[in-house]
Write a protein that binds this ligand. Structure first.
Ligand SMILES: Nc1ncnc2c1ncn2[C@@H]1O[C@H](COP(=O)(O)OP(=O)(O)O)[C@@H](O)[C@H]1O
Ligand code: SF4
Ligand SMILES: [Mg+2]
Length: 340
């Protein structure tokens, strides 16, 4: 299965990505209030996403990586306005959508879809596959009767499922097949943008590769743009054009995926890549292991948030917050002492 991914890698990286920006955030911030006591007073905030500015180009796959709790899902959901941002802006197709009223947001949701990690949890077990895939068509009153049926068949075929199985129920399908149903549902309304939040993380490695290849194929066919959130770093390398590395609610490095992997500029990125399991036990021993726990996002360290775990930290790192700056035309980093 690995060779399948590698075979496709070159064609993927040679695909056309427009320089046009589809989605952009400006100083996007999402803090969750911490309430305590009988009066439920706000006593603090979980700073899940703190002042993030980044953009995703049309046709591109932008991946977010970082340890669990770094704010990837919150950022993805804030971008879709499934979480109301605390401050900052979200722009889609050049339009500020941060304060779009809910009826206009509902219309825009057709363009912005989500694929979840757990296909079983996100598919209604009492509905058959055809109705699950057809539901967005019903909700948005896109198609009825014969037209609806034809569209369902077409969608199932697009994701590699046999349309004759559409009266079956989710439990009759394997994990990978259920994720294909989730994908068919996400593309039903011809969206432009898809947030895939750990969409392949729960699947076996061989099935992951198949679903990743399907996502790539659909991107080419349908001109999709992806924000791909991943746990495993391996899979990100094969699907992304660019990658954003998150730590404690902030973006610490952004760059073209090959560049970031070959020459990580942020010590945290370097440590993340080092923790990637190596098949060679000797190589594994030499690798740098990320030490210590991720601090609480309700009380993040001063200055550079990574200073409590960074082997290169100095006094300045504890005081001054580094801002994201380009180190080349392909890579930006938020560190006082970048590695490149
Ligand atoms: N709805 C919520 N209410 C309060 N805290 C939340 C909520 N969602 C996420 N968090 C907190 O925000 C931080 C970032 O979480 P999350 O975005 O899920 O990270 P990731 O997806 O990178 O694992 C975590 O500390 C998490 O506990
Ligand atoms: S700013 Fe300092 S503490 Fe932060 S990553 Fe760079 S060297 Fe490490
Ligand atoms: Mg998450």
């Amino acid at each position: 299965m690995k060779s399948e991914l590698i075979d496709n890698e070159n064609s993927y990286h040679s695909k056309e990505v427009s320089s046009e920006i589809l989605l952009e955030t400006k100083n996007l911030t999402k803090w969750f209030p911490i309430k305590s006591g009988i009066l439920k007073r706000t006593t603090g905030y979980v700073k899940a996403v703190d002042d993030i500015s980044f953009s995703v180009r049309k046709g591109e796959t932008f991946s977010l990586v970082g340890e669990s709790g770094s704010g990837k899902s919150t950022l993805g959901r804030a971008v879709l306005r499934l979480h109301e941002p605390t401050s900052g802006e979200v722009h889609f197709e050049g339009k500020d959508i941060t304060h779009l009223p809910s009826h206009e947001m509902r219309k825009l949701r057709r363009e912005m879809q989500i694929i979840y990690q757990d296909p079983f949890g996100s598919l209604d077990p009492r509905m058959n596959i055809g109705d699950i895939v057809g539901e967005p068509l019903d909700v948005h009153r896109i198609a009825r009767g014969k037209q609806r049926n034809e569209r369902i068949d077409e969608l199932l075929e697009l994701v590699g499922l046999d349309p004759s199985r559409k009266s079956r129920y989710p439990h009759e399908f394997s994990g990978g097949q259920r994720q294909r149903v989730g994908i068919a549902r996400a593309i039903a309304l011809n969206p432009k943008f898809i947030l895939a939040d750990e969409a392949v993380s729960a699947l076996d490695v061989s099935v992951q590769a198949q679903v990743v290849n399907l996502l790539k194929e659909l991107q080419q066919k349908l001109g999709l743009t992806y924000l791909f959130i991943a746990h495993g770093l391996n899979i990100v390398r094969h699907i992304s054009d660019r990658v954003g590395v998150m730590y404690l609610g902030q973006m610490v490095e952004i760059g073209e995926v090959d560049e970031v992997y070959k020459r990580p500029a942020h010590p945290y990125t370097s440590a993340l890549i080092s923790t990637k399991p190596s098949p060679n036990p000797r190589a594994r021993k030499k690798k740098v292991i990320l030490e210590g726990e991720i601090p609480s996002p309700s009380n993040p360290p001063t200055g550079c948030r990574f200073h409590t775990r960074c082997p290169l930290a100095t006094e300045i790192c504890k005081q001054d917050t580094p801002i994201l700056r380009p180190v080349s035309d392909k890579q930006s980093v938020a560190c006082h002492f970048p590695l490149v």
